[in-house]
Design a protein around this ligand. Structure first.
Ligand code: AMP
Ligand code: ZN
Length: 120
């Protein structure tokens, strides 16, 4: 299947992966709206919120809680917005949850620097 996020799961294209388990992969958005902008995706290809099952959604939310804690501890974010796009506002048609950090003062660090901080 020609899906960019399935290719990330299969390591056919590289990603800044900060966490993974049997159900999800978590990696940094390549065009972050702020440092630490993170995507959580199921390893199974679900298209969107209509498609995905409750058990997987519950697990994604559990991982979101853990990732929020990680981002707070390691990047000192001041807030976070959780977004999941569907329909005409969804670009990549493989379910993904955005974790978008907010800072009182933007630290300006790039994706690779964020990755190194989160992985240590
Ligand atoms: P949307 O489908 O509109 O919710 O957004 C898709 C998101 O995926 C955007 O924020 C992109 O920057 C991000 N994205 C697209 N390709 C990649 C990639 N190869 N690695 C990481 N993030 C990506
Ligand atoms: Zn996919």
């Amino acid at each position: 299947m020609d899906c960019i996020f399935c290719k990330i799961i299969n390591n056919e294209i590289p990603s800044y992966t900060i966490y993974e388990d049997d159900v999800v992969k978590v990696f940094l958005d390549i065009e972050p709206m702020a440092p630490g902008h993170t995507l959580i995706i199921p390893k199974k290809h679900y298209k969107n919120l209509e498609d995905i099952d409750m058990e997987t959604l519950t697990h994604i939310n559990k991982v979101a809680k853990d990732m929020y804690k990680l981002l707070k501890e390691k990047l000192n974010i001041d807030g976070i917005s959780i977004v999941q796009n569907n329909g005409c506002v969804q670009d990549v048609l493989h379910y993904h949850m955005h974790l978008k950090p907010y800072y009182n003062e933007n630290n300006g660090i790039n994706v690779e620097e964020v990755f190194n901080i989160l992985k240590n």
